[in-house]
Design a protein around this ligand. Structure first.
Ligand code: FMN
Length: 364
């Protein structure tokens, strides 16, 4: 069925039909009034592309590299928790789809699959591990060590949670993580397997992490340590100073602080502050190849997608996630060529102008 999708919106509609109200609200929802959630989408649409013509684009490629390693495209799969709630194939299906697409799969701490199982199921894939620090350091350490031992190439420390955001959709549906959806990290932290609420899960994590802890982590790790959840130039500069290998400009898909700015609205100031010292990645609201083109033209080295790949997985398992990644890659390649670029690195701010203030189309 996923072969018939012609854009990410088709996957989203198919997923919404398939998922129960609780999981659907959990995956789709944001915090509070969901203003940041909506603005994440809008921010990319407030730009127009300035195409250059009469450029030989017959050899256009989306291929790029990050930390010196090749990627088929500058679009990665963001960490999304509890993927078996979306589809029985869960993180295994997602990791295989990312591997087939030639891009990175980032496994959440709150995954329903262990890092070693992911590595075994998607052996050719490139895997990163997203880290939430538990109050029980032993739990975090065991998971991280397992990920690195299983060949995971980077640690992505998420710094915009805990605490968890005020997700009102989950409150309305009384959403809980069912006991039969095993979450190894939470089971280890609790010592038992039972149904848990999201609030309870975030309570298992430490809120006491500071910049020196990041520096310690980066110094101790044998792989690059990225920081995910940066929204200001000030924090971007601190991240560089405290040893981050890269940053991810992100508001957690609008799920944490409602009224935090859209990632697309702060990307330029952060790129300027970092000034090329480390790679800058960004996520939030990327739904089309042209969204990614705007982000790259603003100076991002790569983008990540959370919900788009998740909708593909929810509606079609591995094949659905693969379809979404291929649609996005093809859209990106087409948009590059139509901008007069033969690779992502050709994009610059000269390819952008602000949308007219009165445009009605940005709201569609
Ligand atoms: C259902 C859901 C669960 C998420 N779980 C995590 C997580 O466990 N760790 C994390 O760092 N980010 C998590 N995120 C945030 C994503 O990594 C990413 O920042 C966000 O989804 C990007 O926005 P997008 O969904 O508009 O692409 C989650 C996002 C969603 C939608």
């Amino acid at each position: 069925m996923s072969e018939g999708w012609i854009n990410v919106g088709d996957a989203e509609r198919a997923a919404a039909e398939r998922l129960e109200p609780g999981p659907l609200g959990y995956f789709a929802g944001g915090a509070g009034e969901e203003l940041t959630l909506r603005e994440n989408l809008e921010a990319w649409r407030r730009w127009r592309l300035r195409p250059r013509v009469l450029v030989d684009t017959s050899e256009t490629t989306t291929a790029t590299e990050l930390f010196g390693e090749p990627l088929s495209m500058p679009l990665l799969v963001a960490p999304v928790a509890y993927q078996r709630l979306a589809h029985p194939e869960g993180e295994i299906g997602m990791a295989r789809a990312a591997a087939a697409a030639g891009t990175v799969f980032c496994l959440s701490t709150l995954a329903t699959t262990l890092p070693a199982e992911v590595a075994e199921a998607a052996p050719g894939g490139r895997h990163w591990f997203q880290l939430y620090r538990f109050r029980d350091e032993g739990v975090t350490r065991a998971l991280t060590e397992e990920a690195v031992a299983a060949g995971f190439e980077a640690i992505v420390v998420t710094v915009d949670a805990p605490p968890g955001g005020n997700r009102e959709r989950d409150l309305r549906t009384s959403f809980e993580i069912p006991a039969d959806v095993g979450v190894p990290s939470v089971a280890a932290a609790l010592g038992v397997r039972r149904a848990v609420t999201l609030a309870e899960t975030f309570e298992l994590m430490t809120r006491a992490m500071g910049w020196p802890d990041l520096a310690d982590l980066a110094a101790e790790a044998s792989v690059p340590v990225l920081v995910k959840g940066i929204l200001t130039a000030e924090d971007a500069i601190l991240a560089v100073e405290y040893g981050a290998a890269a940053i991810v400009v992100s508001n957690h898909g609008g799920r944490q602080l409602d009224r935090s700015p859209a990632s697309g609205d702060v990307l330029a100031e952060i790129v300027d502050a970092v000034d090329g010292r480390i790679p800058v990645l960004v996520d939030g609201g990327i739904r089309r190849g042209v969204d990614a083109v705007v982000a790259l033209a603003l100076g991002a080295d790569a983008v990540l997608v959370g919900r788009p790949a998740l909708w593909g997985l929810a509606a079609g398992g591995e094949a659905g996630a693969s379809r979404v990644l291929e649609l996005l890659r093809a859209e990106l390649e087409l948009a590059l060529a139509l901008c007069g670029c033969t690779s992502p690195g050709d994009l610059s701010r000269a390819h952008l102008q602000r949308a007219p203030a009165t445009s009605v189309y940005s709201r569609q």
